[in-house]
Ligand binder design. Structure first.
Ligand code: F6R
Length: 603
């Protein structure tokens, strides 16, 4: 959470930093601030979103070749202007922006107060400029002072530091929270995430955990936190800047929903031998998969829902037992692992703190680790033994859409691969995968208007149920999460057969219920559940294939027929559109819903 951006070079710094912050705004958006370092250190801060700050700064041209900017997701201290970053030392000569939490800040602050330092905010971050100021009394370089101060700090942090005494330098430090560096010609960049750098360069140096960087116009030097120099070549990132733009859509979320057919296509490239109807998964070694006796999946939020779909798919197609657990729970449990365990984490960003902790827990137990992620060079990639990249491209909207669909697709590929290794290829399923991007396009073309009209009729909705069995239950969970986070409509997802064990008490006359019925083997059972809610006066929307017309629902959204294991790849699309259009009806901030941030790098 929180977005960091920095630049050293000849371009006009202020608009560049503002632009970078806008790209990173999905990481947090309760306040923002910028420091431009010229002859003076100019500081600008504002509560609220970046465009409020941008308005304040309109028409302002500042000399200076160095700048840092921050967009905040508050942890310590209310989202006020005073608590916005950058934070300064006592004299206002040195500025720091920070993503993460300094866990021992109270002790550090007490000591700094005793030494006579003055504090202006309620944040944990403010101890950092004062610690560096203290270190600069004995250290001759900004890098040395920042490293010495970092050694005093406990917790997770990504820092960018500038000082009037060291013009045209940014010192960056990373412990846990992400930072990437952009390599230019005669200019260099810093950001929390790759999309902010794409308009300028695709040569990216990932700052690893426990590393620091000295960023100057002439180059970037990397160091360990002990100050030992490191050498590393930049990665060439295959996303281009266009992919991170809105491209004519009103919101990123809508754009990303529409990008799903292409994201599905891209994720399959190189992973299917179409001539022989076989899945190829060179990322995950065959002997590892063959030797697996149990798969443990851990993830958060949407990625966790993909994990649930993965459990149903892998157990039914390949007969491998799968446990799925939310990473924030898993990391603190003492799971008794069986012999032959394999750990799999799923994360769009590859930076989610709890998911990383789950990954580390697997490793501590000596369990081989697999990861499904969307971001090259992310922390998950550095920690996991084997990585499969979803090819969703940059996902900017806070609500995950195309990343989810490509995660489910990746798990379908894994399930088929495991089945193949057991001597049970799935040619029919592999053949059908070829049609899936086209079918996803059909869903978008055929259902978007219907969904929009339904959302308009539902505009006063404040409580909703989504029900499903088997794979449809996983989709129900994800559909309900989308509705909650984007449109703020309370929504419960239930395994359809479980409703009568309690929540059916909530179903009364006029209650709106959605039933997913894409699993033919469970169709008759789902039909009974539909009847149960209808009998209590519910109004039912059903999502099914055309042969599901016998569902006596008030409204049916027909999906193009496909095989049951692939149903979630189609049924999720109208659910995402429903959340989107409901949010639009309610005038919500769709790409940046309240209280949330895209990348959750705190616990
Ligand atoms: C919801 C959403 C979140 C993320 C979760 C994990 O739309 O996006 O629930 O899925 O925060 O994020 P990643 O996948 O980056 O680990």
């Amino acid at each position: 959470m929180c977005g960091i951006v920095g630049y050293v070079g000849p371009r006009e710094v202020l608009p560049l930093i503002l632009q970078g912050l806008k790209t990173l705004e999905y990481r947090g958006y309760d306040s923002a601030g910028i420091v431009i370092l010229g002859e003076d250190l100019s500081l600008f801060k504002r509560q609220g979103k970046i465009n409020a700050l941008e308005k304040d700064l309109q028409g302002l041209h500042l000399d200076g070749r160095t700048g840092i900017g921050h967009t905040r997701w508050a942890t310590h201290g209310a989202p006020t202007e005073l608590n916005a970053h950058p934070h300064l030392d006592c004299d206002g000569n040195l500025a720091v922006i920070h993503n993460g939490i300094i866990e021992n800040y109270l002790q550090l602050k007490a000591e700094l107060l005793r030494l006579g330092h003055h504090f202006r905010s309620e944040t944990d971050t403010e101890v950092i400029p004062h610690l560096i100021e203290e270190q600069l009394k004995s250290q001759s370089s900004l890098l040395g002072a920042t490293l010495a101060a970092s050694a005093q700090m406990e917790g997770a942090f990504a820092l960018a530091v500038v000082s009037k005494r060291f013009p045209n330098q940014i010192v960056a430090v990373r412990r846990e929270s992400p930072l990437v560096l952009g390599v230019g010609k005669g200019e260099n960049f810093l950001a929390s995430d790759i999309p902010a750098l794409l308009p300028y360069t695709r040569d990216i140096l990932i700052l690893n955990n426990n590393e620091a960087a000295l960023i100057e116009e002439s180059g970037i030097q990397l160091f360990t936190l002990e100050g030992k120099a490191l050498q590393r070549q930049p990665l060439s990132i295959d996303w281009d800047a266009k992919m991170a733009e809105r491209g004519g859509y009103e919101h990123y979320m809508l754009k990303e929903i529409h990008e799903q057919p292409q994201a599905l296509r891209e994720t399959m490239v190189g992973h299917i031998d179409w001539d022989h109807s076989l899945v190829l998964l060179p990322e995950f070694p065959d002997d590892l998969l063959t030797g697996a006796r149990r798969l443990y999946i851990s993830a958060c939020g949407t990625a966790y829902h993909a994990g649930i779909a993965g459990k149903y798919l892998i157990e039914s197609l390949a007969g491998l037992p799968v446990e799925v657990e939310i990473a924030s729970e898993f990391r603190y449990r003492r799971t008794p692992f069986v012999e032959g365990s394999l750990g799999l984490v799923i994360s769009q960003s590859g930076e989610t703190m709890d998911t990383l902790a789950a990954l580390k827990r697997f490793k501590e137990q000596g369990i081989p680790t697999l990861a499904i992620t969307n971001v090259q060079g992310s922390s998950v990639c550095r920690e996991a033994d084997h990585i499969f990249y979803t090819k969703a491209g940059p996902e900017i909207a806070v609500a995950s859409t195309k990343a989810y669909l490509t995660q489910v697709l990746s798990l379908i590929l894994l399930a088929v691969k495991l089945s193949q290794l057991k001597g049970q290829p799935q040619p029919e399923l592999v053949c059908e995968l070829k049609r899936i991007p086209l079918l996803a396009e059909r869903v978008l073309a055929e259902l978007e208007k219907t969904v929009q009209e339904y959302a308009n009729r539902m505009r006063f909705l404040d409580d909703y149920f989504i029900l499903g069995r088997g794979l449809d239950f996983a989709s129900a969970l994800e559909g309900a999460l989308k509705l909650k986070e984007i449109s703020y409509v309370h929504c419960e997802a239930y395994a359809a057969g479980e409703l009568k064990h309690g929540p059916l008490a909530l179903v009364t006359q006029g209650k709106q219920v959605c039933i997913l019925a894409t699993q033919r083997n469970l169709f008759a059972k789902t039909l009974s559940n539909l009847k149960e809610v209808k009998a209590r006066g519910a109004e039912v929307l059903a999502l099914s294939f055309p042969d599901g017309n016998e569902l006596e629902a008030d409204e049916i959204w027909s999906l193009p027929p496909t095989l049951d294991p692939l149903g979630p790849l189609l049924s999720m699309i109208p659910l995402q559109l429903f959340a989107y259009y409901m949010a639009k009806e309610k005038g919500c901030d769709i790409d940046q819903p309240r209280n949330l941030a895209k990348s959750v790098t705190v616990e």
